[in-house]
Design a protein around this ligand. Structure first.
Ligand SMILES: [Ca+2]
Length: 297
């Protein structure tokens, strides 16, 4: 989408860097590059960024020029070059420290109406609907929904709207604990993976992993172990498909070896039993331990 070199002319005249900042943000930075019109001419230099957001926003950050900025076409176009948005053509538009954002229409938020009439003292209702189509866990969208009364006398009402696409674990925390006090803070306080708000010794992550209730100390569904046919067994509820469960074995509680990753099938009802391969009477050294490691993606 963006050339990794400036039509072959960037080096050694300047550098171009790219960075995937997060799931929503990709940046192309042009550092100290020469404008196309002056590749062989005066030593004109430009530094700036193009910031591409997953929601379709494009931001142009102009950091610095050492030359006049009134001889260029600025805008965006599609790859077929038959659709374009022009911001400026051969006029003073770009400038050092200018940022320009090009934003598509909001697609994740719709309103039931764009205007409504209400008699004095009556109410009109607007319904907002958020849609996560095309979004992935971790995506956050914000928008200031503004209702402007006509006829004067009342200031606009601005309603901040925030959409956060949750992971399955975050959805489970929401169901059990409600919304965090700080928007999106699903990893701190009561919501932390290692927190134990019901005080039963089982952390939130393990309550989730084994299908427990993190708000009830009566529900503490930890793995159990037993001996069957002279071998150790460990039994647990593999409740989630988005976690990794690894059975590990050891002879000395110091060195642990992975024995099985995600054994059995995911079920909230039917537990998984893993059977060790070490025969206890003939084990050397004659000790054997099993444990289960649970981790998030
Ligand atoms: Ca707990």
């Amino acid at each position: 989408m963006i050339p990794s070199t400036l039509q072959g002319y960037a080096a050694p005249n300047g550098t171009i860097h790219t960075q995937l900042v997060d799931a929503d943000t990709f940046i192309v930075q042009y550092t100290n590059v020469k404008p196309y019109s002056q590749l062989a001419g005066a030593d004109e230099r430009f530094t700036g960024q193009v910031v591409l957001k997953r929601d379709g926003k494009i931001r142009l950050n102009y950091k610095s020029f050492n030359f006049g900025q009134d001889s260029a076409t600025i805008g965006i176009q599609n790859s077929a070059r038959n659709q374009a948005i022009q911001l400026a053509h051969n006029q003073p538009f770009a400038a050092s420290n200018l940022a320009v954002q090009i934003a598509p229409p909001i697609s994740w938020l719709t309103t039931s109406a764009t205007s409504a009439n209400a008699a004095s003292g009556a109410t009109a209702q607007f319904t907002l609907a958020a849609n996560t189509t095309g979004l992935v866990a971790g995506n956050v969208r914000t928008f200031n929904y503004t209702v402007t009364p006509s006829g004067g006398g009342q200031p606009p009402l601005v309603v901040p709207v925030r959409l956060q696409v949750l992971t399955p674990l975050e959805s489970w925390k929401l169901q059990n604990f409600g919304l965090p006090t700080i928007a999106g803070a699903f990893t701190s306080g009561t919501f932390a993976d290692l927190a134990d708000p019901d005080g039963d010794g089982v952390s939130n992550l393990l309550e989730y992993a084994f299908g427990g209730n993190p708000s009830s100390a009566l529900s503490a569904p930890l793995p159990t172990s037993q001996i069957s046919n002279l071998t150790l067994q460990i039994t647990f509820t593999r409740a989630r498909s988005d976690l990794t469960y690894v059975v590990q074995g050891s002879n000395d509680l110091l060195t642990w070896t992975d024995l099985s990753t995600n054994p059995g099938t995911v079920s909230l009802v039917t537990p998984v039993t893993y059977t060790d391969s070490v025969n206890l009477p003939t084990a050397n050294p004659p000790r054997r331990f099993l444990r289960l490691k649970v981790s998030t993606p």
